[in-house]
Ligand binder design. Structure first.
Ligand code: UDP
Length: 413
């Protein structure tokens, strides 16, 4: 858990941003806020909740974090929801719906007292979405926070999830493009990173060198890295394909590093596929990391020449922000929330294919001065847009909006 106090952020974001947060939060002193998701380890949502809850408490709110628990069968269904919401054709059978609803109902028995008493409940993604119907006697406002790119969902899955979320007081999406036809206000809030977390804090060069030695990476050759859960939407095979398209005069190394999330049952299978395709190349490093390998990831990102995030669908892509904060150019898939972060030719490159990724990698490696220029702009862009103080301010504004009876209006914060 993050134990830094808000004051520690002043040196990164300035004292005005911090005092503005305090001013907003004073109007919400003691408010009971509960966030619910389905894992404390792995993936961007857990990453955000690890700092968001302590900082809300530091500001005088009474925030807590709950998770829905379930067996493999439940996480297989919720992964199917996830895939379907991002557009994959998945079939939702009555038995899948039964597993989902029974699992959430069992969690509701445990969570109902705290959820029904809360002033604000934020339910993250589809895994816990059914909780709302199971807590009819609520006193607070319930918000569905969707982190997924739901711009073109598979209809059968969306029509089921839409029923589960229709009765919330509002929903939050990461970009306007994802907003859906729902009978309540929709807010647009982009995610953010914690610049002082183990994942993003400055590191001594000796620690970075140590991580390179540990994995047998050569510091004097370019390092291209994608950090991701092993998930098909992150397109690790497309990254390897791009790497193989670089001609042999590019003496680079490719790192594909990631672990699983406890709510993602497909990781191991995709990891095996990646190992198969990478086999035979001594320049491709496939690293399976434990879920708490934050400083290792930090070091890998800092040691990299270029960061790749060639996703095929992406709600946001915290890994993109993390890399940009470290002054790295990102070659990202031209999809979803990556487009919010990577402004083509300015803060990185957007690509639509392995060929496009290979072209941009080659181009950047030939012009080292561009790597520095793009990296500097990227860091500045993150400072202005994607640090946690902006994110927290928008959550506070939303809660205050409810307190002032603004729920009947569509507010873009
Ligand atoms: N991450 C991690 N270990 C891994 C893979 C990813 O700690 O093995 C982190 C990564 O640094 C980022 C988050 O998990 O902070 C992933 O968030 P993102 O939005 O990029 O993707 P998601 O996994 O949520 O789809």
């Amino acid at each position: 858990m993050n134990s830094k106090s808000l004051a520690a952020y002043e040196r990164v974001v300035g004292s005005v941003a911090v005092s503005q947060l305090q001013q907003l939060a004073d109007n919400l002193a003691g408010a009971r806020v509960v966030h619910v998701n389905s894992t404390k380890a792995g993936g961007g949502v857990a990453e955000i909740l690890h700092w968001l809850i302590p900082l809300m408490n530091d500001l005088g709110l009474n925030a807590s974090w709950e998770i829905v628990e379930g067996r493999d069968a439940y996480f297989n269904v919720t992964k199917a929801f996830h895939n379907g919401l991002q557009g994959s054709p998945v079939t939702l059978t009555p038995s899948m719906v039964k597993v989902y609803e029974e699992t959430v109902a069992a969690n509701a028995d445990r969570l109902r007292p705290i959820l029904q008493e809360a002033d604000y409940v934020f339910i993250h993604d589809p895994q816990p979405a059914f909780l709302r119907e199971l807590c009819p006697d609520r006193r607070g406002k319930w918000v569905w926070r969707c982190h997924i790119d739901v711009s073109r969902p598979y209809r059968q899955v969306w029509s089921y999830i839409k029923k589960r979320v229709a009765d919330y007081d509002a929903s939050i999406f990461s970009m306007p493009h994802f907003a859906q036809s729902l009978p309540h206000p929709q807010f647009i809030i982009a995610p953010s990173i914690d610049p002082l977390s183990e994942k993003n804090m400055d590191l001594p060069q000796a620690e970075i060198d140590g991580v390179l030695r540990r994995f047998g990476l050569a510091p004097d050759h370019p390092i291209l890295t994608q950090i991701s859960r092993f998930d098909r939407f992150k397109d690790p095979l497309g990254v390897i394909q791009a790497f193989k398209l670089l001609n042999s005069s590019v003496d680079a190394q490719l790192v594909l590093a990631g672990g699983g999330a406890t709510d993602d049952p497909e990781g191991e299978m995709v990891y095996r596929e990646v190992l198969d395709v990478a086999e035979g190349s001594d320049r491709i490093f496939v690293l399976q990391l434990p879920s708490d390998a934050h400083s290792t990831i930090n070091a890998l990102q800092r040691a990299s020449t270029i960061i790749i995030q060639k996703s095929l669908q992406e709600g946001f892509g915290l890994t993109v922000t993390e890399a940009m904060w470290k002054g790295k150019p990102v070659i990202g898939g031209n999809v979803g929330g990556i487009r919010l972060q990577v402004h083509n030719h300015h803060t990185g490159y957007l690509v639509d294919s392995p060929e496009g990724a290979a072209l941009r990698i080659r181009e950047l490696l030939r012009q080292p001065e561009r790597i520095g220029m793009i990296g500097d702009k990227a860091r500045q862009f993150v400072r202005e847009n994607f640090l946690l103080t902006r994110h927290l301010r928008e959550y506070l504004t939303l809660m205050l909006g409810f307190r002032r009876g603004l729920e009947n209006h569509l507010i873009r914060v």
